[in-house]
Ligand binder design. Structure first.
Ligand code: GUN
Length: 293
């Protein structure tokens, strides 16, 4: 059996075209564009690249974006001031603080300072709390796990009643992905560095979300036949056959897994484009909510 290859770029481009249309309609109705403020602290190259991609995507979708770049030496007060300025700016409807931040910054304090109405990253403790609790609905959910859920839906799989395994328990991906799968009525197992037999857990999974940041970690013979595999990993590995000398691979051994899985994402071009799309979608939603207030 060869898996359906899930093309995130195609799904994202269709969704981004719809967001652009809605952003244009929003501007026509309200006389201003939806606006996103992006705060980047420090010069981490990966964060700089993600932020550049987010800002570019805003431009394409007709979303106004404001860049706040602070040096790696920025103090907690300076970051909080930047958040407050964006909270108070009526042209800004969504705020994103790129993570991770330098060690001197207390992440929890900064994320808690983002206005709940503008928390398009879904990382405010109130939104994460609502995601974790039964019968509560968060206003916004984090972009990457939301993108994973969109891709699972895209292949026509309903998580309800399925065994789902999430590899990784990060605040940005693994934990919220597990919470979203629970909300969707899956039976969820989270695996991490202290899990004794990850292969055995993956073998039971109808749905796997891999977000551990280890190249080709999940082997083909761990995959349950027909399972849906969502690979969040973006790992740079040496590749002498590539003219750049490296290539990007996921957390799953794609070549082996695609022979067993029912559907599988590619890396790059799988979850990544959806992450950006979900941010744009949340920003549009934030602008629409604030305009209606
Ligand atoms: N760092 C890696 N992914 C993300 C994300 O989705 N949002 C933020 N704010 N930081 C990140």
């Amino acid at each position: 059996m060869t898996a359906t290859i899930i093309d995130g770029r195609q799904v994202a481009s269709k969704m981004q075209a719809e967001i652009a249309e809605q952003a244009a309609a929003f501007e026509q109705k309200n006389g201003y564009l939806p606006g996103l403020g992006v705060i980047l602290v420090g010069e981490d190259p990966a964060s700089q690249m993600y932020v550049r991609m987010k800002r570019r995507a805003c431009k394409r979708a007709g979303i106004h974006s404001v860049a706040v770049d602070l040096p790696a030496t920025a103090t907690q007060d300076e970051v909080l001031q930047a958040v407050q300025q964006l909270n108070d700016d009526p042209k800004i409807h969504g705020i994103l603080v790129q993570l991770p931040m330098p060690d001197q910054i207390d992440e929890e304090t900064v994320l808690s300072a983002v206005s709940l109405d503008k928390d398009v990253d879904g990382f405010h403790p109130v939104n994460i709390g609502a995601l974790a609790m039964k019968g509560r609905t968060p206003t916004f959910t984090p972009a990457t796990p939301t993108g994973c859920m969109v891709l699972i839906d895209e292949v026509g799989v309903d998580p309800s009643g399925k065994n789902a395994v999430v590899l990784g328990r990060s605040n940005i991906v693994g934990l919220p992905a597990a919470l979203m799968l629970i909300k969707a009525n899956a039976t969820v197992t989270i695996c991490h560095s202290r899990t004794p037999d990850i292969a055995a857990e993956v073998r039971k999974a109808d749905i796997v979300i891999a977000a551990i940041g280890r190249a080709n970690y999940v082997k083909g013979d761990w995959i349950k036949p027909g399972a849906v595999i969502i690979d969040v990993g973006t790992n740079k590995i040496d590749d002498p056959s590539d003219e750049r000398g490296y290539k990007w691979v996921g957390d799953v051994d794609f070549e082996a897994a695609k022979e067993v899985a029912g559907a599988i994402t590619v890396v790059p071009g799988g979850v990544g484009p959806l992450t950006i799309t979900m941010l744009l979608s949340n920003t549009l939603k934030a602008a629409q909510r604030l305009a209606a207030k």
